[in-house]
Write a protein that binds this ligand. Structure first.
Ligand code: SF4
Ligand code: SF4
Length: 408
């Protein structure tokens, strides 16, 4: 019997999962393949379960929610799927369904969602973290919230957000001139965890323009990914209004730029916001995308070998692959590592919720970095930087981790 309630709720999901012909191509490419020896870990299994839920064969349960949550949203399956089935989108919709059904995505996500919706609290947290880092006490917070000492240090960064959503976000079609007003979008993860990299980005931008500094809201990806869609839309509207005077909006966080490029797609049925949202999304550029677009030449030449970890949100999420590598090659000593575009296991809160599995994914990344012979691994996303820093610690100091703004 068809469950009409769920069926009408999941119109889009049904469209997505009905395209899955169960060919199994996605099984071995998924970074989670082998992590749990069950079909539901794979995109094919997830799509089957979503289909069963819509058709009323499977009942909504915590087990089904756990299956939806057990996904990095990395889009590797989408990239490799002959039918380009957007399993990541389907899992996000399932999470939203359960959050609505249960009245909340759960206390942890609700609390962090509330924190990140409040600009003052984000600012205060960033300031407090800066002080605590200086005196070496950052590992003490937040007491009792992190599942282990290993993750405690990075806990607040866990909400930098999982992979970009929907179809690949297009490159910005914007034409940039000397007169273009360029604004900087400061992501929460960058602000809280990597203030030095933020300074690096601003220093680079200042060699090219006078960047507008706007007290922006969170990009909203953590909210969207965990069933807080209303919060996501509210924050999107605020950001749209805040950046109305900018011609170009540059973000050095791949999660933020990927999400912001998709905002237009969330307002297509809203006559009031549709046009403004579309214009806003078209102004968004990732840092390396912008720098290559305007012909920036790296200011430093680096003698040590560099390699690049390609964030899911940047490469598969936005199609930005060549630009960061071009910039790094111009520094003089770039080397491509094996598996550079494979997810590091960070994926927003995944590395907190599934610590052991995220660690096993990261271990493969560590080996690839070490085998490349690079002394510095560079990335363009704070969640990846958090993960890679764990890998650097595991390697016993064989390599360092830097944001791209710190080496070019
Ligand atoms: S998601 Fe794509 S690759 Fe995976 S089983 Fe379905 S059709 Fe095949
Ligand atoms: S989005 Fe990534 S983690 Fe999720 S099923 Fe696809 S390949 Fe696996």
């Amino acid at each position: 019997m068809i469950n009409t309630d769920i069926k009408s709720y999941f119109k889009d999901v049904e469209d997505i999962v009905s395209q899955c012909d169960r060919c199994g191509t996605c099984l071995t490419v998924c970074p989670l393949f082998g992590a749990k020896d069950i079909e539901s870990s794979s995109a094919r299994g997830k799509n089957n379960i979503a289909r069963g839920l819509i058709q009323g064969v499977v009942k909504p349960s915590t087990e089904i929610l756990n299956i939806a949550n057990f996904c990095l949203l990395c889009r590797t399956c989408v990239d490799n799927c002959p039918s380009k089935v957007k399993t990541d989108d389907a899992m996000i919709a399932l999470r939203q369904y359960f959050a609505d059904k249960n009245g909340s995505p759960g206390a942890k996500y609700k609390a962090l969602g509330t924190l990140m919706k409040n600009r003052t609290l984000v600012k205060l947290s960033a300031g407090a973290l800066k002080v605590l880092r200086k005196v070496g006490m950052n590992t003490m917070i937040p007491h009792g919230m992190a599942p282990s000492e290993f993750t405690r240090k990075q806990y607040l960064a866990s909400f930098a957000g999982p992979a970009a959503l929907g179809s690949v976000a297009p490159m910005s079609p914007i034409k940039i001139s000397d007169k273009s007003k360029v604004a900087y979008f400061k992501g929460c993860g960058m602000r809280m965890m990597f203030p030095d990299a933020v300074e690096g980005t601003l220093a680079i931008l200042r060699t090219l323009t006078e960047p507008q500094l706007i007290n922006n809201m969170c990009c909203g990806l953590p909210h969207l990914a965990h069933g807080l869609r209303t919060d996501f839309l509210d924050m999107a509207k605020e950001n749209i209004s805040l950046f109305e005077n900018a011609d170009v909006i540059v973000s050095d966080c791949a999660s933020c730029s990927g999400t912001l490029k998709h905002i237009g797609a969330y307002f297509t049925d809203d006559p009031v916001w549709k046009e403004r949202a579309a214009v806003f999304s078209q102004k968004i550029m990732g840092l390396s995308e912008y720098l290559i677009h305007v012909g920036y030449k790296p200011q430093h030449s680096v003698n040590t070998k560099l390699t690049f970890h390609e964030p899911c949100h940047l490469g598969r999420g936005q199609g930005i692959k060549k630009q960061p590598r071009e910039l790094l090659k111009a520094t003089g000593n770039f080397i491509e590592m094996a598996g550079s575009n494979i997810c590091c296991g960070g994926a927003g809160s995944f590395h907190i919720d599934y610590h052991d599995i995220a660690a096993s994914i990261l271990e493969k990344k560590r080996i690839n970095i070490e085998n490349s012979g690079a002394q510095i691994v560079v990335s363009e996303c704070p969640t990846c930087l958090v993960q890679l820093n764990k890998a650097a610690a595991q390697s016993g100091g064989k390599f360092k981790v830097m944001h791209i703004s710190q080496v070019i």
